[in-house]
Design a protein around this ligand. Sequence first.
Ligand SMILES: NC(=O)c1ccc[n+]([C@@H]2O[C@H](COP(=O)([O-])OP(=O)(O)OC[C@H]3O[C@@H](n4cnc5c(N)ncnc54)[C@H](OP(=O)(O)O)[C@@H]3O)[C@@H](O)[C@H]2O)c1
Length: 289
Amino acid sequence: MTTMRAMATDQVGPGARLRPHTLPVKEPADGEVLIKVMAAAVNPADLGMVAGNYRWYDELRLPLVPGYDVAGVVEGGDWVAGAAVIASTGHSRTQVGGFAEYVTLPAAQVAAAPANLDWTEAATLPLAGLTAYQALELLDLAPGTTLLVNGPRGAVGRFAAELAVSRGITVLTPDRGEEPAPGSADAALDVVGGPRARAAFAAVRDGGSYVTTVPEFWVPGGQFTADRGIDPRIVRAEPDGRTLDHLARAAAAGHLTATVAKTLALTEAADAVDLLQAGGVRGKLVLVP
Ligand SMILES: NC(=O)c1ccc[n+]([C@@H]2O[C@H](COP(=O)([O-])OP(=O)(O)OC[C@H]3O[C@@H](n4cnc5c(N)ncnc54)[C@H](OP(=O)(O)O)[C@@H]3O)[C@@H](O)[C@H]2O)c1
């Protein structure tokens, strides 16, 4: 059995901390790809997993290896060997984590990496890019309409704003403390939650559209009432190689900006989680095995 180094925890919740583990490398089954991870980005979801605030489709299997985003080299399975790829691990379904030397994933979750980005930049694309793209699909906006994005300097918000602009949508990006004017937008994408979500909802005109990435702040029948003709929706990012391919091409064409705040060694994954938890990080933290 081939083994690899991975950063994992044997428990989730208070006191959980990522530590080096030696785990088996899963041989790719039919339709799967074995990827040697060159870079893995850290997302807010990884904090939630370790803290025990996360729901998987199946019962959690320990040790937990977090990590949604990988960029790496194909070493086997259903893809061209040696190809540079990016992938979303689709952790909520697969429980495959990118904080490891290898991942084995369905080929349908993989796309060619954009040639103009280095490994760390490429690793910032999958989860945030898929979320942004799928949120825009839900919002279903025509060119010339106005979209408010309330966290435009974050990963999802920035990609959503960039994708929207390339579709001819006018994007409003309020500053952190700025209250958007009620009814000033055709649609809003909330990536912050709490009071900022309520302000974003208020900014949507009657009959407009509203999507949030932060479902814990969404109270059906509560603060977001249906009586304004707005159907509030939650986006739940799904891994999708075709969309990822589209995003990679958009990045290669210069329409998406990959922003790396800091690169850390894979063995520093626990420090990366602490850094993200502390707040104030602009751009992605990326782990390199
Ligand atoms: N539903 C899904 O499938 C899905 C998928 C991906 C992410 N998410 C969630 O979406 C959210 C955003 O993810 P991300 O990766 O984009 O995170 P991120 O890169 O950390 O960005 C968060 C953004 O929120 C802003 N923000 C935070 N607190 C704020 C406040 N009090 N007032 C105004 N702005 C505030 C930040 O502003 P500054 O830059 O000024 O600090 C930043 O622009 C997270 O909660 C994440 O868990 C959900």
